[in-house]
Design a protein around this ligand. Structure first.
Ligand code: NAD
Length: 497
């Protein structure tokens, strides 16, 4: 099928490359001249596994790039809108990019075309897009508007697209629904998974065909917002539980194992840390909250989810202070700047907001991220911050090492080596990447999220912890004078998406 995609960002580029991989002829459009030049010149502007290989495989063949929206739309049976929907000042989604594209599409339509909204948008957007296209002079029989929300996660975007939990197509006409069914057929009939050149996530296993859920356009629009809200709620829930664990001295890992092993709950996204970030959850939650209010419902649950999340970086900063006392003049190693591991995206990254706070308080930072340093530098600049080439370099001569993003590479660092490089043996881990006992055995003071602190001068667990285990009573946080500083509510933050 001939497809054009307007917007070649994370979603448009990945969708374009994957649809070409499924056998369609795809034209990718973007009005950013820098991005267009990079893509046309053979670059892959984002850090995503499999994406460079897919671009190299299909570029110039079934995948082309253009700045001419009119020509691309005229030759297409389906046009996907994948432009940004950033937050407006009032928390609603800014739909002006979608509107601009809808107007441009209206002027280009010549044959029946399905206009597919892939951007994350509030309910009624498909109706608005339809109205705009009609107002701009396209005849009603020339097009349908459908909704096909995207659930890919940055870091695993290509395999998420090709091996989705579900594909949601919201269409109010059979013709539009059939077009979308046809586009995704290689995934829903499993033929893609039988191809010898298919990208595999689990070599050796034969994946099941993808599930397709056909709904009205309104339901599809709501599914996307409600899904993100639910996932964010799981993250804030476990972060709140982690905060209670910190207060009573319980280990959140034990608690979440107990909760997550209930099949009705599940363990995924029950991961405490620094809170969710990125370009989706924060804006989608506030947009969903705004849209619910517009429809007459105060979605207070979402307010609390957002409040817990917004508190998380502050909680972590309090915890850092509890081991470093004053921050001014401290030299801190930072591992991680991206909003989560596996991506170079720093939008709404909790790591960035923590580094900004530390810089404001007069710290000097030596930071390392495997992929996000270029983008982070655009936000943080160079004042009092150096960007180093490895996790160990970040630790060298630092007063403490902070772990702010859950890259696998960080979890593989050797604690003994970290101990040797640090000026003081202190690690503050906002992502719970290390085992507390391993850190203790390596002589490190180690604070994490929702787990009892490890103090390098205490070889054995604190008396109060042993006492709590014996008597089954909540333990006091510490019997040591030095640890009084730890009495503040500890961190409890985090999330993966
Ligand atoms: N990033 C994700 O992980 C993700 C996942 C699911 C859904 N979404 C949603 O998908 C949408 C796109 O997100 P993204 O992360 O890809 O955004 P992005 O900012 O990375 O990309 C959007 C692209 O659209 C281009 N653009 C804007 N106006 C244009 C126009 N008039 N003509 C041509 N190109 C235009 C921009 O130059 C940019 O390259 C958003 O609604 C987002 O919420 C994102």
């Amino acid at each position: 099928m001939k497809i054009s995609i307007i917007g070649s960002g994370y979603v448009g580029l990945v969708a374009g490359a994957c649809l070409a991989e499924l056998g369609h002829a795809v034209v990718l459009i973007d009005n950013d001249p820098v991005k267009f030049a990079a893509l046309s010149g053979g670059e892959c502007p984002i850090h995503e596994e499999h994406l460079p290989a897919l671009l190299a495989k299909h570029r110039g063949k079934s995948l082309t790039f253009s700045r001419d929206l009119r020509v691309a739309v005229r030759g297409s049976q389906a046009v996907f809108i994948a432009v940004g929907t950033p937050p407006a000042v009032n928390g609603e989604a800014d739909l002006s990019y979608v509107e601009t594209v809808a107007r441009e599409i209206a002027g280009a339509l010549r044959n029946y075309t399905v206009v597919v909204d892939k951007s994350t948008v509030p309910v009624y957007t498909s109706e608005w897009v339809r109205k705009i296209i009609l107002l701009d002079g396209a005849p009603a029989e020339m097009f349908d508007v459908a909704s096909n929300p995207e659930f890919l996660r940055e870091g695993t975007a290509v395999t998420d697209f090709l091996y989705p939990d579900r594909i949601v197509i919201g269409a109010d006409t059979m013709r539009a629904a059939d077009t979308l069914r046809e586009i995704y057929r290689p995934l829903t009939d499993g033929s893609y998974y039988r191809r010898s050149d298919a990208i595999r996530i689990n070599p050796g296993a034969q994946p099941r065909p993808a599930r397709l859920i056909a709904t009205s356009t309104k339901a599809a629009e709501l599914i996307k917002y409600a899904s993100n809200a639910f996932l964010a709620m799981k993250i804030s829930f476990i972060n709140a539980v982690a905060t209670v664990c910190d207060s009573v001295g319980a280990d959140v890992d034990e608690v979440r194992e107990g909760i997550g092993s209930d099949s009705r709950i599940g363990s995924r996204f029950l991961v405490p840390g620094l809170g969710y970030g990125g370009s989706c959850f924060p804006k989608d939650l506030s947009a969903y909250h705004a849209v619910a209010r517009e429809c007459g419902y105060e979605f207070r649950l979402l307010e609390e989810v957002m409040r817990i999340n917004n508190d998380q970086p502050q909680r972590f900063l309090r915890k850092i202070r509890s081991v470093l006392w004053t921050l001014k003049g401290k030299r801190l190693g930072v591992l991680g700047l991206a909003f989560k591991g596996g991506t170079d995206d720093v939008r709404e990254s909790p790591a960035i907001s923590i580094v900004e706070s530390l810089l404001k308080e007069g710290c000097t930072i030596q930071a390392y991220d495997p992929a996000a340093m270029v983008r982070a530098r655009e936000l943080l600049g160079d004042r009092n911050i150096t960007y180093v080439s490895s996790g160990y370099e970040a630790a060298r001569d630092a007063d403490a090492l902070l772990i702010l993003t859950e890259w696998q590479e960080f979890a593989e660092l050797d604690p003994a080596q970290i101990r040797k490089l640090l000026r003081y043996p202190i690690v503050a881990d906002g992502r719970n990447l290390f085992d507390c006992d391993v850190m203790r055995d390596n002589g490190l003071t180690y604070i994490s999220v929702g787990r009892p602190d490890v103090n390098h001068w205490q070889k054995e667990p604190e008396y109060s912890r042993i006492s709590a285990a014996e008597t089954n009573k909540p333990r006091a946080r510490s019997t040591f004078a030095e640890s009084e500083m730890h009495e503040q509510p500890a961190v409890g933050a985090a999330g993966l998406d």
